[in-house]
Every structure is written in structure tokens, then in C-alpha cells.
Design a protein around this ligand. Sequence first.
Ligand SMILES: Nc1nc2c(c(=O)[nH]1)N[C@H]1C(S)=C(S)[C@@H](COP(=O)(O)O)O[C@H]1N2
Ligand SMILES: [Mo]
Length: 362
Amino acid sequence: MSLENPKRAITRRGFFKVGTGVVAAVILGSGTYKYLHRGASVQLDRLGITLPKALNPLPAPPEDPALKVEKLSQLFTPNDKFFIIDNAIVVPQINPSNWKLTIDGMVKNPITLSYDDLLARPMIEVDDTIACVSNWVGGPYVGNARWLGIRLDDLINETKPSRNADQIMSYSVDDFSAGFPTAALDGRDAIIAVGMNGEVLPVKNGFPARLIVPGLYGYVSATKWLSRLELTRFDLKEGYWISQGWAKFAPIKMQSRIDTPYVQETFPAGKRAIAGVAWAHNIGVDKVEVKIDNTPWQEATLGPDLANTTWRQWWIEWDAKPGEHMLSVRAINKKGETQTEVKKDVLPDGAQGWHTITVFAE
Ligand SMILES: Nc1nc2c(c(=O)[nH]1)N[C@H]1C(S)=C(S)[C@@H](COP(=O)(O)O)O[C@H]1N2
Ligand SMILES: [Mo]
């Protein structure tokens, strides 16, 4: 599934489904071709890599409430279940020994780093929930991981950027770019990630390196198969999705989702849990409330608070009487702000509104 392009009903991913003959023709004409035949060997390259340890490793994750609450999202989304969003016709297969990252543009000291250079630098671990702007309320395009990588602000500082640069544009080896404000490097743990949940970054999630900027939607920040960072200006350059009607600035909106029961589910009447996840990036989730039919909002129990940039699991016990029920959820952040009820669609800067579902007990 790719980010929807409002001006072209057929996305490139959609086009992909038309037929392999057509695709081959497209690939032959693109720079992606050279990566095509390395599928098996890049996996071998990956398996041969040992990542360094973080300078300050995060504590071992606490017990996952999903072990006790059936159908609740896991605290960390396993790599093989992590959502995938990109416009890549073919997933780039990069040989890490040929790969380079360049940081240039409005800087005094441009830098070029090999994969080994990157691994030789101090690493940090960051727990961060990433989300796609095309995720509808209640949708699946959100996942939480423990990322390993090098601090982006340190690296950018080494290049001595011009004060006039207000945007960091990131480019992948394929046809993708994403730009975000230099001001987003405000001390938050933005990194060039090489590891994900204790593994070398999976190929589909951007091996050998990708960007993670906590609090920004993927299309303005989370460039996979990263090849270049350019210090530039918003009035000079824009990222891949911006000309398609998506917002230039896109912080992740506070959201909450009911994982169980699912929309329109029929289940046996009686005791069960209502459960899900909620996120309020860079502020953190303080409370989650659930509304069952016309009863008052009730406070849910919350799972571990890993970081202000990660989701929190929540759950509530319910004795479901036979019949149809309406369930809603809303989050409250650590500033005391309640998630808005006002619904908005994903375009141009992300969906909002309460996740409300109808279910049936019998
Ligand atoms: N090279 C490249 N990087 C990309 C994209 C892309 O199309 N190409 N899509 C972005 C978008 S829109 C999102 S939401 C995230 C998703 O990351 P994931 O596939 O690891 O979940 O990747 C971002 N990085
Ligand atoms: Mo996205």
C-alpha cells in the first residue's frame, strides 16, 4: 500500500499490480535496475553484520501487557509484522560495502560516510513509534520499535551548516525524498538508524540505513535506503509527496485506536477486554478514556510508558450485555490536552477524530 496520490488515482504501487511485463519496462529505464538481482546476496550481507552496542543501552523492555490481554498490539511491533509503506517498484538491494552517505548542500564541511564509518560512530537506542500520514483513524500504518543509530544533530553540526538553511532534505537511492525543518533537531533523538528491534535494519525497512525523526510522519522524515542529506531551504526544494498536495510540515497527530474488539465484530456476551494503543508524540500519553454506549467516559489501565515518542497500550474490563454496542476511545496527553473529536481525513496532514466502532455481543 502506498501513500495515496490525490492527483493520480493510480499510485505507483497500484500500477505495479497491473502486470510484470509493464513493470520490467519501467524498471529497465530506472536507476533501481542495478539493485534488482541482489535479493539473495544482500540478505547474506545483512546476516554477516554485527551491530555495535549503544553507548547507553535502554533498559530491557518491561513485560508486555499483550501477553495477558488477547489481541492487544504488542509493545514492540515485531519486524516481520511491521507495516511497510513506500513507492519502491522494487525494494532496493544495497551492498553495504558500496554504499555511501553524503551530507552536503548549505554546509561548510560536506561529509561522506561509508557503512563502516557509520558503525564506528557512537550509537544510541531510541524507542519510537512511527506512523504514516495515510493512516486513517483506527488504521494499521503505525508501529513501535527500538531503533539503533547515530545522532543526526551531531552529524549535521559537524558539517557546519549555514544559518540560512531551514530544511534537511533526505534522499534515498531510489526515487524518494523527504524534507523536514532543521528546527526539528531540537534535542529530540533523531537518528540515522541501522538497527531495528535488536536486528540489523531489515531490507524492506531501509537497509543499510534510514532516518528516524521522532514525532514526524514518515513521508517528511523516515527516508529508507538513505543516500544523501542536503541542507537546503523550504523555498528552494520540496520532498517527493509535497507537490501531490500533502503538507510541508507534518507532526504526527495525537491518536488512539481500539485493537479489540474489531469493527463490526460479533463475540459472546460476558466479560472481556476492550484494548488498544494511543500515541501523543513528544508529549506522551497521560490517560486513555473509553466510552461504552451512553455511559460516562471511563479511564483505561495503561501499559508501560517507554518514552514520550512511543505509543502506550491501554485496556479496560467490560461485561458486555447481549446486543449492539458503540465503543469510542480518546487519549489525553501529558499537557492535559484531550484528543480532538473533530474528524479529518488523511489529506493533507493526517487523520484525526475519535476511533468509534460498532460491535455485537450475543
Ligand atoms: N526510500 C523511501 N523511504 C520511505 C518511503 C518511500 O516511499 N521510499 N516512504 C516513507 C513513508 S510515507 C513512511 S510512512 C515510512 C514507512 O516506513 P516503514 O515502511 O519502515 O514502516 O517510510 C518512509 N520512507
Ligand atoms: Mo507514510
